[in-house]
Ligand binder design. Structure first.
Ligand SMILES: [Zn+2]
Length: 497
């Protein structure tokens, strides 16, 4: 028997979520169809709504959460989880004074603009004072949240509840120790030819192919839409309304294909959330790393697998005006999984990708604890890239200025990308065990069982458990680097046979 006050909490959470959903529509519009001259007005609209949202959390939701927390032991188990998690989230969010929230919003709006110009001009000095301002505000934010051992933990926890830098150190050291020798070893092997993939294909044909891919995977156009944007993203406005974007480049079909698969995975997660519990932990995504595991499992574990490539082979060959020049499905699979260090994270392969994350993790942690000055950041960036990947960026635009994250105040975010790949590998291993014919299904273009598996174990679980506990429930263990290493070694054995 659910207590009546939980019902009132559920209704209040849905009302607050209505406002958040409306903000999501405005953000989606800003990234897709809004005319550029409206940016100042849009920033003001979002600022006003953010303030209202913050106040509704404080005045409507928190009192109910406190009331229920006081009697939590008498509530059903699932309700207990909802109440405890919600109270923890609200307590953290409401530690920030509204003045700091506003100051951060203004500073990041300006910094993002400055970052775009600095990157276009390849001039870090234009961005440096803005980054300094953001760091100062992030210091303040971390102090408001509080932390046990270091400031970084307070920020990391916003993206990855429960995770600490000390835990990450162990995970990343383990990864780095295995990946660096693997990359060196692969560099010694005969190299993979992927040049045949980069032939021009008309953009409308690519677009139609991308929509067809989504349909095969189980995309429901009554509840989702796809558009074009420079930086592909997905946004869940409501479980009944999920949206993704992709990019179409004439000479790079695979950039479109894999960004579509990636965003599909994010959108499927949002689509699978519990609509009856919107705004409560039960109806929210678990964490950024689990979100990223859902995009990467479709992009890499499914999309870059040999069975999937075999299934797509005929359709791909028909798209290229010249065909695939005698290349087999195995050749395409190899080309799609080629390992080659690049200075730019978003172009990185599955193996070198983690080292890009480790670089950013190291530097942002030093920036926060004050052992690295903003002025010394470009040199530190280049030196670390060289240390980890043996290459130098041509300039700051493809070095320290390549990512938007720090300009929007997202410090502590990058690690979730690597964690997402690691969770994806561990979930994939479990799914292959639970669904013994999974690979044959992929080769036949059948995805319903796998979608069902993800929904049962991950999407429907919301945020009732943190990432580590969810992983434990699904796989019987917390996060283990070994699943990713086994997966990638097995794949590379075929790619570089
Ligand atoms: Zn993603």
């Amino acid at each position: 028997m659910v207590s009546p006050s939980f019902e009132s909490l559920r209704q209040a959470a849905a009302r607050v979520q209505d406002l958040a959903d409306a903000m999501s529509v405005l953000s989606w519009d800003q990234e897709t169809y809004m005319p550029p001259g409206a940016i100042a007005a849009r920033a003001a609209q979002l600022g006003t709504l953010s303030g209202m949202h913050h106040r509704m959390l404080a005045e409507e939701l928190m009192p109910l959460a406190q009331q229920l927390l006081a009697q939590v032991d008498s509530l059903p188990a699932q309700v207990q989880l909802n109440v405890r998690q919600l109270h923890r989230q609200l307590t953290k969010t409401l530690k920030l004074p509204e003045a700091l929230v506003t100051a951060m919003a203004t500073a990041t709006a300006e910094a993002q603009h400055a970052w775009e110009q600095a990157r276009a001009a390849n001039d870090f000095a234009q961005f440096a004072p803005h980054l300094q301002r953001i760091l100062d505000l992030k210091h303040e934010e971390a102090e408001c949240y509080g932390y046990q051992s270091e400031r970084y933990d307070a920020l990391l926890d916003s993206y990855e509840p429960g995770m600490t830098a000390t835990q990450l150190d162990g995970t990343f050291a383990n990864l780095q120790d295995q990946l660096v020798p693997l990359i060196q070893e692969l560099a010694q092997r005969p190299q993979v030819d992927d040049s045949f993939l980069y032939q021009p294909i008309a953009q409308d044909r690519q677009w139609a192919y991308g929509l067809g891919l989504l349909e095969q995977l189980g995309w429901d156009t009554r509840h989702g839409r796809q558009d074009i944007s420079a930086h592909p993203f997905s946004i869940g406005i409501h479980p009944s309304d999920v949206r993704i974007t992709t990019l179409v480049k004439e000479t790079d079909l695979m950039a479109m294909v894999y960004s579509t698969l990636h965003e599909f995975g994010h959108a499927l997660y949002e689509r699978g959330l519990d609509a009856e519990h919107r705004g409560l932990p039960q109806g929210e995504a678990c964490s950024l790393s689990i979100h990223e595991s859902q995009s990467r499992i479709w992009e890499n574990n499914v999309g870059r697998s040999l069975p999937y490539v075999q299934h797509q082979y005929g359709a791909i060959a028909a798209l290229y005006p010249d065909g695939l020049r005698g290349r087999t499905a195995l050749d395409v699979f190899r080309a799609l999984n080629k390992v080659a260090p690049t200075p730019v994270r978003i172009y990185a392969d599955e193996v070198t990708y983690h080292l890009h994350v480790i670089l950013r993790y190291r530097l942002e942690r030093q920036l926060l604890d004050g052992t690295l000055a903003v002025a010394d950041l470009p040199q530190a960036w280049n030196d670390t890239l060289h240390e980890l990947l043996g290459i130098w960026p041509a300039n700051d635009a493809e070095g320290v200025l390549q990512d938007v994250h720090w300009s929007i105040g997202a410090l502590g975010y990058f690690p979730t990308y690597s964690l997402g790949s690691l969770y994806a590998a561990q979930f994939w291993a479990q799914a292959c065990q639970d669904l013994p014919t999974l690979e044959a299904q992929l080769a036949a273009g059948q995805f319903a069982d796998f979608r069902g598996w993800l929904h049962r174990h991950i999407h429907s679980q919301g945020r009732l458990y943190d990432s580590e506990a969810l992983c434990q429930r699904i796989t019987g263990q917390g996060l283990q680097v070994s699943y990713f290493m086994d997966y990638i070694r097995a794949k590379m054995a075929v790619v570089y046979a």
